[in-house]
Design a binder for this molecule. Structure first.
Ligand code: GLA
Ligand code: ZN
Length: 676
């Protein structure tokens, strides 16, 4: 793959963050100081205008963009590029006062009062018109500025609106989806149950908290609609920018594994994927290493949305955030490790929220590169400067990408369907965590893994893991068969293929849609275990793996049984099977067995597939970014101990040392090895 640096003008990585000069317009001394300090910290970008609407347009039709272009000029003259946001993340008071329809309605039918942010009615024609107007003005003033490198659409899209406009749009969306035939919807949602048949689309309301809370089909379509409507809104902004400034790429900042929107759908409309990473590090419920591993999964899912180019770490916290339950500061050395993890995972940027702490209001104590103290000798400033230098040292790696041979299938609507299952236990479904755990095992094995939508095509991988793929999208079962047939290693678990995309159960045995032939098993029952219940899988080699939460009883028609239950009335019956199918192999794991055993099965799959892996000490994370024969290996020590990695060869760009054999990494240290 050819190297495609996202920001060639910078000669490497973008390093910067949200910058709010409009909060300091009465302090030219501070703005001047900012530029000086940015240069010192190796900052080459600033994200401007995220919440500037009330300064751009203090009252309807009155505009004020001079400050923006002055700031952009100053930045540009000092080698600092601008990521410019459209200001639709928060509405000015005059807008809500005059056009209350822009304010969202909650799931009890109450309209919000003015205030806060990220709470617009995405259907409102007036809101869309006002946004369109301010974007046109913004482009008129700043769209051809030489410092502009990226459009940042609005901010952290999220939430739902239950206003009459949204209800109507939802009804139209459903009518369109079900061919204007209400009987099709009634069948898909199984509405004869509890006498819930509708006579017309106009009777359908969203799942109001005091209304229809028992329809799984409604819940799911409402979530899909919310994604569709949000995407439609986002496109209304993008279309303007594409028309007026076609050369400037667009992105919007996603929020990790946010549950309210299907990011796979939204990402298709963007040039570049970007996201805001704020894990609670140094917490009480997991080790630091585990927190870093989960964050790596988040990078993987976002990165995999556009595999052929780098992504952007649009926001992260220098020091700390102000909204977690306990706002702990990043320990010394973690800023660099955390930022380089993003780069290791394929980001071409390290960006922060925020450059400078504001004096007042909601985020006055949120971490920033520049504190209220205002100097460049703080711990955080110095660590940022250190990172700035590190990014320069590894600038050649910008534009390279990660190539994985293993993939994990993850769908938002599968997640929604699982969360909405009326059954099992709400305490233990934990779909996301199970996916994290799978990724974590691959990471520890030193095997790179993409995280992709189940219907985005996986024929080119060697290994596919589909944890809890409860809902089968059309075509997925057939692709699984073709994948294994041509030699792929596939693993599925309990809760695979119970329902179709409308959540109607497959008849004739789970996993449905023909998958019972592929795996050679049918799941007859699923037992939900109490936390105190114990069971085990006894493997043919005599090893035992503990089981918790879920256990399916399997009818095996045509597969090799490799483990059986040790306890309960299903003791001795199959729990893990494998079946050779064509040139490949399909594994079925009928219960939630422990991570260690899952890991050894993954290892067997890797061996079957002939995948070479990197042997790593526990706590070290490894990624390789490549392009056109160039390659950069990243070793991150996510632990407090000194670690030694074997068989490393090349130059560590971060300290200039040649490594030939053992790479020693201090606490939280990173090495970036150029293989030449
Ligand atoms: C989000 C927002 C920012 C800021 C940070 C604080 O990511 O996009 O505006 O509020 O959270 O962590
Ligand atoms: Zn609405």
């Amino acid at each position: 793959m050819k190297k495609k640096s996202l920001f060639p003008a910078t000669g490497g990585f973008l390093h910067g963050g949200d910058y709010n000069p409009e909060q300091w317009l009465d302090r030219p001394d501070i703005l001047k100081e900012d530029i000086k300090m940015m240069k010192k910290a190796g900052i080459n970008s600033a994200t401007l205008g995220v919440f500037s609407w009330s300064v751009y347009e203090p009252s309807e039709g009155e505009y004020n963009f001079g400050w923006l272009t002055d700031v952009m000029d100053n930045l540009y003259e000092n080698g600092i590029y601008t990521v410019l946001a459209t200001p639709s993340g928060a509405r000015p008071a005059w807008l809500d006062e005059k056009y209350p329809e822009a304010m969202r309605v909650d799931n009890y039918g109450h309209r919000n009062h003015h205030g806060f942010r990220h709470n617009h009615c995405m259907s409102s024609p007036v809101y869309r018109e006002k946004v369109s107007n301010i974007i046109h003005k913004l482009v008129e003033n700043a769209g051809s500025h030489p410092g502009l490198v990226m459009w940042h659409i609005s901010n952290e899209f999220g939430g739902e609106c239950y206003c009459p406009l949204c209800v109507k749009r939802f009804q139209d969306y459903l009518a369109d989806k079900f061919d204007n035939d209400i009987s099709k919807l009634n069948y898909a949602w199984w509405n004869t149950f509890w006498s819930h048949n509708y006579n017309s689309f106009s009777q359908i309301e969203p799942p109001f908290a005091n209304g229809e809370i028992s329809s799984l089909g409604l819940d799911l379509e409402w979530k899909r609609f919310t994604t569709w409507n949000m995407t439609d809104y986002m496109k209304s902004e993008i279309n303007i920018l594409k028309k007026l400034t076609p050369a400037i790429p667009v992105t919007t900042n996603f929020m990790q594994m946010y549950g309210g929107l299907d990011y796979h759908v939204m990402a298709k409309e963007l040039d570049v994927v970007s996201w805001d990473s704020y894990p609670a590090l140094h917490n009480q419920w997991e080790t630091f290493t585990e927190s870093m591993e989960s964050n790596s999964f988040d990078h993987a899912i976002l990165r995999s949305m556009k595999k052929d180019k780098p992504f952007m770490l649009m926001e992260s916290a220098p020091g700390l955030v102000n909204w977690q339950q306990y706002n702990k500061v990043k320990r010394p050395g973690v800023h660099k490790l955390f930022s380089l993890q993003a780069v290791a995972c394929g980001s071409d940027t390290v960006q922060y929220f925020q450059w400078r702490k504001g004096r007042g209001s909601f985020e006055q104590y949120h971490g920033a590169v520049v504190d209220h103290l205002g100097t460049d000798d703080t711990r955080i400033f110095k660590e940022t400067e250190d990172l700035g230098n590190a990014l320069k040292k590894i600038s050649k790696a910008a534009g390279t990408i990660i190539e994985a041979k293993a993939a994990l299938l993850y769908d938002w609507d599968n997640r929604w369907a699982i969360e909405d299952i009326k059954g099992l236990s709400n305490e233990t479904k934990n779909y996301n965590n199970i996916c994290y755990n799978v990724y974590r095992q691959f990471l520890r094995l030193g095997i790179e893994m993409d995280v992709i939508a189940s219907d985005s095509g996986f024929m080119d991988y060697d290994i596919v893991v589909a944890p809890m793929l409860y809902m089968l999208r059309p075509g997925v079962a057939d692709e699984m068969k073709a994948f294994v047939e041509k030699g792929g290693q596939l693993l599925a678990t309990y809760l695979t293929g119970y329902v179709d995309i409308n959540q109607l159960c497959y008849l004739g045995g789970f996993p449905g849609d023909g998958l019972k032939d592929l795996f050679g098993v049918i799941s007859e029952e699923i037992d939900t275990l109490y936390p105190c219940d114990t069971n085990n899988a006894l493997f043919k080699d005599g090893s035992l793996a503990s089981i918790k939460d879920y256990a399916e009883t399997l009818r095996v028609s045509d597969a090799e049984v490799i483990a059986s239950y040790t306890d309960d009335f299903y003791s001795g019956t199959p729990v893990v099977t494998k079946k050779k199918y064509g040139k490949g192999c399909a594994y079925y794991i009928g219960a939630r067995i422990c991570d260690e055993k899952m890991s050894s099965i993954f290892l067997e799959m890797a061996e079957n597939a002939g995948i070479t892996r990197k042997e790593l000490p526990y706590g070290v994370e490894y990624h390789k970014r490549t392009s056109d024969g160039e390659s950069y290996e990243f070793y991150l020590n996510n632990s407090e101990e000194v670690q030694k990695v074997k068989d490393v060869k090349g130059i560590n760009l971060l300290n200039g040392e040649q490594v030939n054999g053992i790479l020693e990494l201090g606490k939280y240290e990173t090495a970036v090895i150029e293989n030449v």
